[in-house]
Design a protein around this ligand. Structure first.
Ligand SMILES: [Cu+2]
Length: 258
């Protein structure tokens, strides 16, 4: 083997490694970040706002839920809602089906679907914990985070497609300073709870804001890359491919000549 072929073999191997590592990243990653801008549900008009920050990697969810202005010293159940046959949006005034001036969680169902994930502060996050009022945020200035929450594939897809809706519950309709039966009556979800405790207060559709961390998520989900990382990696892969091809050609020529 002459000297020039030895020197060529090193960069050729380097190019091959580049191609091998780039290809799986493009095919398998689906990490992204998103946010739901939480605004008062129409009709109920709770005095508050908030945000749900979401990071999803495959089916593993990290979230930070923050909201202000809701009833002080009272628990606020919060969930990710979704249903395939829902409108995948926040309710409108038209969703107050019986026109009584209270938009119940059930009446909001056609807009946002059922509970898929309970955004509890600890423990179980399944729909079973939907009304676990001792494991949600309490009060009028709330912020908490959790990591490593496993969601099902349907929920992960709904989140990535901008079809999942975060809802925070609990509306003091009559301004009494507590959840009570009042004019609203008892809850459509649990007859043991006042309707004020479960009515939807804040709502926001989760929108993908960044295909973050691992390049290539945009390829798998069909979403446009927003930070140019995908394009950069594809370009780098193209260069590696071209360089590898050129080296193969030159190596073949060397072999022919020897
Ligand atoms: Cu909910």
């Amino acid at each position: 083997m002459n000297m020039s072929r030895k020197l060529l073999a090193v960069p050729a191997a380097g190019a091959a490694v580049l191609m091998m590592t780039a290809a799986p990243a493009l095919a398998s990653s689906s990490a992204w970040e998103g946010m739901g801008d939480l605004q008062p549900v129409p009709v109920n008009d709770a005095p508050g706002s908030g945000s749900a920050m979401i990071t999803l990697d495959g089916t593993t969810l990290d979230f930070t839920l923050a909201y202000q202005g809701l009833l002080a010293d009272a628990p606020h159940a919060a969930h990710i809602h979704y249903a395939e046959d829902a409108r995948n949006m926040c309710p409108t005034a038209e969703d107050d089906a019986d026109g009584d001036g209270f938009l119940t969680t059930t009446e909001g169902g056609p807009a946002y679907g059922g509970i898929k994930v309970s955004l509890t502060t600890e423990g179980d996050t399944s729909p079973d914990s939907g009304l676990a009022v001792d494991r949600f945020g309490v009060g009028d200035d709330v912020s908490y985070s959790r990591g490593g929450v496993e969601v099902d594939q349907e929920t992960a897809d709904a989140l990535a497609d901008g079809e999942a809706v975060v809802v925070v519950h609990g509306v003091d309709h009559d301004g009494s300073g507590a959840y009570d039966e009042g004019d609203r009556g008892m809850s459509d979800l649990d007859p043991a709870l006042p309707g004020e405790a479960t009515d939807p207060a804040l709502c926001g559709v989760v929108e993908v804001s960044q295909m973050g961390g691992v390049p290539g998520g945009g390829v798998e989900t069909g979403q446009a890359p927003v930070d140019g990382q995908n394009l950069g990696l594809i370009a780098a892969g193209g260069v590696a491919l071209a360089a590898g091809g050129a080296l193969l050609v030159s190596r073949r020529r060397s072999a022919d000549q020897s």
